[in-house]
Ligand binder design. Structure first.
Ligand code: GDP
Ligand code: IMO
Ligand code: MG
Length: 429
């Protein structure tokens, strides 16, 4: 079968520029599907010279011919979604196509409250979540007490489920010694008002995407977060509560596992992480501050300063193995312009042997030795470059070295936040 489906995967700890690349590729797409996470994601896109931060809405939303899908694996903050839709309309984007899975689970304000309180209770061991209620909402889904989008439209069932949940949550809040109780009546009234605003978007998205792929439509799967934040394959427990991997797409969308034929890994030209947890190539010097300012490395969702580190090839090889990445897109290359030297971590060694992933135990982490290559930097501003050939020699060398040690072909590189600052080296679709 000749399929036109393409998965877009963050290969590091999120914020690789997935939104920008998805928006760029979506000009040729029929569908853009968000399949996991919720509004913990922050995908920045520039449209008509204006910056938009999308949290739940897929990055194809600005094209009127693209159907944007929130699939069953997404957790949908009902009120957050309505705010995002309103912002879109305020900016005169009224002509968009959106469908929301009837099976997706809903994030309620109490999930956010609990997220924040659990973080507070963990004190110095906190994960550094976005406090968007993602963990508590997926916990409810797995505990089989969650409320799905479709349940919002069955009054009797909704009331019963919500009441049961509120009893449990209020008990938890009491245990956490919080002087606050969720009020059923006011929450229920807000839900009733909100559900009317999303009613027309609710569909059996699994069937729609399945049919679209069978009709050879061009379907993009837009990942949120990144592989190292995966609940299963990331740096547990400092991860999110879903799986941002390509393997999670079939389950999270409701399509067969052989329906994805290309996997594009989005790779930042250096590494960032927001939140706590291991970061072996992290730097805290003046170079880090320079990169943070030039790359505007402050969280799209929370505004937190992102941690900065050198490019880490072991992570990209790991992401390739876990996801079956077929090509990569290098983003934010322009941010490195002006540095005297740039470093690339090519290998981790433990007891002298090369290892192919981050060790799981803290006692081993402390013993990892990192092998770096140091390359000459480049001074030129590259933000107007239109081809690989136009890059300064040292920037070319940097990309070639990344390609060599990542062991994946570079299909694109990006030299600025705008769509037209994306240079295609190999055809993706
Ligand atoms: P996402 O979560 O993976 O979609 O990434 P974010 O939007 O959270 O973070 C990426 C940031 O880099 C955003 O501010 C983008 O506007 C910006 N960006 C994306 N690609 C480039 C690039 O090639 N160069 C520069 N300078 N900025 C970029
Ligand atoms: P995008 O899609 C970067 C991080 C949080 C925290 C951990 C758990 O924009 O790349 P959560 O709120 O999910 O329970 O937080 O995961 N995190 C992200 N970091 N980009 C994201 O999304 C993230 N979504 C969650 O900072 O460390
Ligand atoms: Mg982001």
């Amino acid at each position: 079968m000749n399929l036109n489906s393409l998965a877009i995967i963050g290969t590091q700890w999120g914020d690789e520029g997935k939104g920008k690349i998805t928006n760029f590729l979506a000009r040729k797409a029929d569908f853009v599907v968000r399949y996991q996470g919720g509004n913990n994601a922050g995908h920045s896109i520039i449209v008509n010279n204006k910056k938009f931060s999308l949290h739940l809405l897929p990055s194809g939303i600005f094209y009127k011919n693209v159907t944007n899908v929130l699939a069953n694996g997404v957790v949908v903050d009902l009120f957050g979604l309505i705010d995002e839709l309103e912002k879109l309309k305020q900016n005169n984007f009224n002509d968009f196509k959106l469908i929301i899975s009837d099976r997706a689970h809903v994030v309620f304000p109490y999930h956010k409250e609990i997220d924040g309180l659990l973080e507070k209770a963990k004190a110095k061991d906190s994960i550094g979540t976005t406090k968007q209620g993602i963990g508590p909402a997926y916990t409810d889904k797995a505990s089989r007490i969650g409320i799905r989008i479709i349940d919002l439209f069955d009054d009797k069932y909704l009331k019963q489920r919500l009441q049961e949940n509120i009893i449990l949550k209020n008990a938890l809040l009491k245990t956490l010694k919080i002087d606050y109780e969720i009020n059923f009546t006011s929450l229920y009234a807000k839900i009733i008002e909100a559900r009317a605003k999303i009613k027309d978007y609710v569909k059996d998205t699994a069937k729609i995407v399945y049919d679209a792929i069978n009709l050879n439509k061009r379907v993009l799967f837009e990942g949120a977060q990144g592989v190292l934040l995966c609940l299963d394959h990331g740096t547990y427990p400092f991860v999110t509560s879903s799986s941002p991997t390509a393997s999670s797409i079939p389950l999270n969308v409701g399509i067969p596992c052989n329906y994805i034929n290309e996997v594009l890994g989005i790779v930042k030209a250096y590494t960032t992480r927001v939140g706590n947890g291991v970061f072996l190539t992290e730097i805290n010097d003046q170079i880090a501050s320079k990169i943070r300012i030039k790359g505007n490395e402050f969280g799209t969702t929370t505004g937190r300063a992102r941690r900065i580190g050198w490019f880490d090839a072991t992570l990209i090889r790991y992401a390739k193995r876990i996801n079956g990445i077929t090509k990569i897109s290098i983003t934010l290359l322009d941010v490195l312009s002006g540095l005297d030297q740039v470093k690339i971590a090519i290998n981790y060694r433990l007891d002298g042997k090369i290892i192919d992933s981050i060790p799981l135990l803290a006692k081993n982490l402390a013993r990892v030795e990192i092998e770096y290559l140091t390359l000459k930097g480049w001074k030129e501003d590259i933000s107007n470059v239109k081809s690989f050939d136009q890059l300064p020699l040292n920037a070319k060398q940097y990309l070639k070295t990344i390609e060599k040690y990542s062991e994946i072909k570079i299909a694109q590189f990006s030299v600025g936040p705008k769509a037209e600052q994306t240079i295609e080296v190999l055809k993706i679709w």
